[in-house]
Design a protein around this ligand. Sequence first.
Ligand code: PXG
Length: 464
Amino acid sequence: MTVITNHMPTAELQALDAAHHMHPFTANGELSQKGARVITRASGVHLTDSEGHQILDAMAGLWCVNIGYGRDELAEVAARQMRELPYYNTFFQTTHVPAIALAKKIAELAPGDLNNVFFAGSGSEANDTNIRMVRHYWALKGKPSKSIIISRKNAYHGSSVGSGSLGGMSGMHAQGGMPIPDIHHINQPNWWAEGGDMPEEEFGLQRARELEEAILELGEDRVAAFIAEPVQGAGGVIVPPASYWPEIQRICDKYEILLIADEVICGFGRTGNWFGSETLNIRPDIMTIAKGLSSGYAPIGGSIVSDEIASVIASDEFNHGYTYSGHPVAAAVALENLRILEEENILGHVRDVAAPYLKQKWESLLDHPLVGEAKIVGMMGSIALTPNKETRAAFASDTGTVGYICRERCFANNLVMRHVGDRMIISPPLVITPEQIDVLIERATRSLDECHAELKKQDLLHSA
Ligand code: PXG
């Protein structure tokens, strides 16, 4: 058997990758021509690639490596747990210590009466759980017709058929027979792109009231739940106007619609609190978690469920679960991750040091000729690129053309900063220091300058 190692030449690794590995959310034909970037190791906030570049990872992997890379403690815990009990399930009236301990810890951290955890292997699986759980909840309450879940356009809730249907990504719905029935999408509170002449706060109220309109139109007796990310992540770090969430909460309370906060990105410190729901003052009935729960060191997700819902669900057999629900190694790793977040006061670092510093620096990017809006909550931020700041114009080129050019410049400058359409986004490890933030901003600025020069060269600086 050929042994494939980090020491092989990049081109060989890329050729093997192209031959056998199908990448997610990728035009694989195009990638195989170009060759994927091979990441070989990581430490702190830095990645190393097969060419020896040191790359500042301003996305914390995929929004998940909250404690940073290379924490030995997690490796030790994983090895210990693998030796002791590498696997057992939590079906058929069995349990194990890692699942017990992690569920207890999560219940302690979660606000209000969110005291019950249903484990999954990922955020997508957890949202699939949520679809079935809220519908089953209403059925058990004698209201089986309450099955519609209202979500938002441009939301991201995962990539399985269920969670992808909850999401509002039109490109995803166009492939593979989605959405499933009884999912309804309302507009997102994206003032920059969609607010027109309306003041931001008025726009926030209007977009929240679309929920009320949808409930009245669909019928209160048909609507089970509303799901939303406290701050939309994959949609482009869309920070809602301050008026938005209080109005959503009022509407959910008034019509007894369950509120599911998808905390997969916002959870575990990203916004400066344990949960984005605390930062945005939301009282959810269910929270979806994954990513930062284990800082990405092991795949694990879940649903944190209110006492009321859990007690109703407990009255019947819930025919649902995954082989890896509460996987002992993943649970032990997650627990160790939470210990580090707590004992090293990483949320305190975010609140007192990293987030205020990053906010000041991030907002200074507004001075750049291409940047029309700079938004940030805790450690997730976005900038909107525009050819005209006054009119908030989109570019005349296809959406994403300019963002892609900017992202390529970032890559060349050893900075992972993503683009979503023509917005650039960051979500760095929470442990990033002010000095590292300086480097991030310096590389981002250089990339924006190079992008600007490239747009001039290609004659792309035109408004739609
Ligand atoms: N909810 C939210 C809010 C997410 O951001 C999921 C659910 C699904 O989690 P899993 O673990 O099934 O991937 C996510 C995941 C991107 C990107 O390009 C974002 C995610 C996943 C992949 C890519 O920003 N978020």
